[in-house]
Design a protein around this ligand. Sequence first.
Ligand SMILES: NC(=O)c1ccc[n+]([C@@H]2O[C@H](COP(=O)([O-])OP(=O)(O)OC[C@H]3O[C@@H](n4cnc5c(N)ncnc54)[C@H](OP(=O)(O)O)[C@@H]3O)[C@@H](O)[C@H]2O)c1
Length: 318
Amino acid sequence: METTILGRTGLRVGVAGLGAGGHSRLGLSTGGNEAGAIAVIHAALDRGVNLIDTASVYGTEEVVGRAIAGRRAGVVLATKSSAMRGGEPMTPAAVRDSLEASLRALGVDRIDLFQLHAVPPGQYETIRDRLVPVLERARAQGKIGFLGITETAPNDLEHAMLARAIPDGIWDSAMVAFHMMHQNARERVFPLTRAHNVGTLLMFAVRGIFARPAQLATTLRELAAAGQVPAALAEEDPPLGFLLHPDGADSLTDAAYRYVRHEPGVDVVLFGTGSIAHLQRNIDSILKPKLPEADRARLAALFSHLRGVGLDVPGRPR
Ligand SMILES: NC(=O)c1ccc[n+]([C@@H]2O[C@H](COP(=O)([O-])OP(=O)(O)OC[C@H]3O[C@@H](n4cnc5c(N)ncnc54)[C@H](OP(=O)(O)O)[C@@H]3O)[C@@H](O)[C@H]2O)c1
C-alpha cells in the first residue's frame, strides 16, 4: 500500500481507505451478512488499508468493531456523529451521547478521527459554535484523536460549507465529494485544504453512476438532451468508452478511482464494497498510475461545468 500523511493530523494512512457506508455498507445492504462484512474488512487490512470510515447512521460500527478486535493498533478508525436531527442542529448532549454510543459499538476507548456528518451549509456556524466545545472536551479526555467534518454533497453542490469551515482552523480533515463528472472541488476545496493542511477523504468516486453502466448511460442521455454535453456522447457504447483503451483504464470503476486518486490535494480515496473481488480490483486501481493526460483533459473539457451529477443517496437510487 502506498501511504501518505493525512494533513495536520500527522497520521500515516494508506491512500485507499475502506468506507463502511454508501450503497453497500460492506455488503449488509446488498444481501451480505456480518461474516461477509468482516471478511471484507480483513481483506482490506491484509492489503494494507489502514483507514476505515464508518458512522453512527450506517449501522456498521459494531461489525467494524468486531473485525478490528485484536488488530486495533494498526487501524486509523474514523466515525461520525450526525450534525442534524429532525431538521435541527444536534444538541451538545446528543453529540456527546452519539460519541459514547460509537465508542461502545466499536469496542474502543478512543476514536482516531471523529467527524460531524453531512453538515448543511446554512447551519455550519451554528453547528460549529454549538458542538465544537463538546468535541474539544472529548479530545482533551482522550476519547477523540482528531476532528473532521463531512459535507452533504447532494445539498451543497458548490462546497459552500467546506469553503467556510476549512479556514476556521478547527477541522483536521474534510470529507469531499469529487468524481469524473463532479469536478468543482478542484477550485472550491483543494486549494483551501492544501493551504490549511487539512487532510482530505474522497467520497463519491464511483457511487452508483460509475458502478452501473445503465445509470451512466441514462445520465448522459439526459445531459445531452439538456444541451449540457455533446449529443455524440450519449450514443457512445459503452458509456465513456473513450476512457477504455490499452494505455488507459480497463473499466469504468478503474477510470473513476484512478481519476480521483491523482488529483492534487486528495489524500485518501474511500471506496465502499461488499465484494472482496471488487475490493482487490479497487485497491489495484487506486495504486495504478494516472489516467493518460489526454483522457484527463477530455474529462475536464466535457464535464468540468457540471454540477450535481451522480450524487445519489442510498435508499433513493435513480
Ligand atoms: N456525507 C458523508 O459523510 C458521506 C457520504 C457518502 C459516502 N461517504 C463515505 O464514503 C465511502 C465511499 O462511498 P461509497 O460507499 O459510495 O463508495 P464508492 O466506492 O464511490 O461506490 C461504491 C459503489 O460502487 C460499487 N462498486 C465498488 N467497486 C466496484 C467495482 N470494482 N465494480 C463494480 N462496482 C463496484 C459498490 O457495490 P459493490 O458492493 O457491489 O462493490 C457500491 O455500490 C462510504 O462508504 C462512506 O464511508 C460519506
